[in-house]
Design a protein around this ligand. Structure first.
Ligand SMILES: C[S@@+](CC[C@H](N)C(=O)[O-])C[C@H]1O[C@@H](n2cnc3c(N)ncnc32)[C@H](O)[C@@H]1O
Length: 215
């Protein structure tokens, strides 16, 4: 988890007062933290419960996730889907995709996940149906392109949820010149704000989560 948005004790309190995930997801989280590299990329239970609340309200038929990693967030979303709905998730790294595929075969909800291995823009281009919820959580340098590619594919009541949009709070100040991901996030936030097609609000949940809907 990236530090910095709210004091550590408050973050711990939030976690302690969030309904825990079922045991298989708790075990997956523990395994990711113990075994996978870059485990700070795992979204975790707080953001997971937020995604599930949005799904509960929106009752999407098609959810698109950009950036599968271990499969944790895809499973979290799949477990909250209404009957007949599915999550399409894409992952560039074949090893991570293989790990996620194992989880989809073993954990409840995995049969509602359609895993695509390859660049996110290719998966978006292949979509033929409207998308009700998009979780953007892949490489930060691609966020503006992903946004531009998914906005035309959103259903009438479609929503985009973009992760890491406050970048540990650093986007609110002077970013280091070598912080290319931070610069990309800042450019994404400005880009979305200036777009008359959508309405957005960044939430200080975890590393920042921006909710974006059609205007
Ligand atoms: C932050 S992690 C995703 C975390 C996951 N959504 C979760 O909450 O557990 C980002 C993932 O995006 C993948 N990725 C990076 N560039 C990508 C691209 N162009 N297309 C698809 N996936 C990409 C990375 O390999 C990494 O596994």
């Amino acid at each position: 988890m990236s530090p910095g948005l709210v004091p550590e004790a408050v973050e711990a309190y939030i976690l302690a007062h969030t309904t825990p995930m079922p045991a298989p997801l708790r075990e997956l989280e523990a395994r990711v933290r113990a075994e996978l590299s870059a485990s700070q990329m795992l979204s975790g239970p707080v953001e997971g419960r937020l995604l599930q609340a949005l799904i509960h309200l929106a009752r999407p038929e098609v959810v698109l996730e950009l950036g599968t990693y271990s499969g944790y967030s895809a499973l979290v979303m799949a477990q909250a889907l209404p009957e007949g709905a599915r999550v399409i998730t894409c992952e560039l790294d074949p090893e991570r995709a293989a790990f996620a595929a194992e989880q989809f075969a073993a954990i409840e909800g995995g049969d509602r996940v359609d895993l695509r291995v390859g660049p996110a823009l290719e998966t978006i281009a292949q979509l033929t149906e409207p998308v009700d919820l998009v979780f953007i959580d892949a490489d930060k340098g691609g966020y503006v392109d992903y946004y531009e590619a998914v906005v035309p594919k959103l259903s009438d009541r479609g929503m985009i949820v973009a992760d890491n949009t406050l970048w540990s709070g650093r986007v609110a100040g002077e970013l280091e010149p070598d912080d290319t991901s931070g610069q990309a996030i800042a450019a994404f936030n400005d880009h979305v704000l200036a777009d008359p097609r959508t309405v957005c609000v960044p939430l200080s949940v975890r590393d920042g989560v921006t909710l974006i809907r059609r205007a």
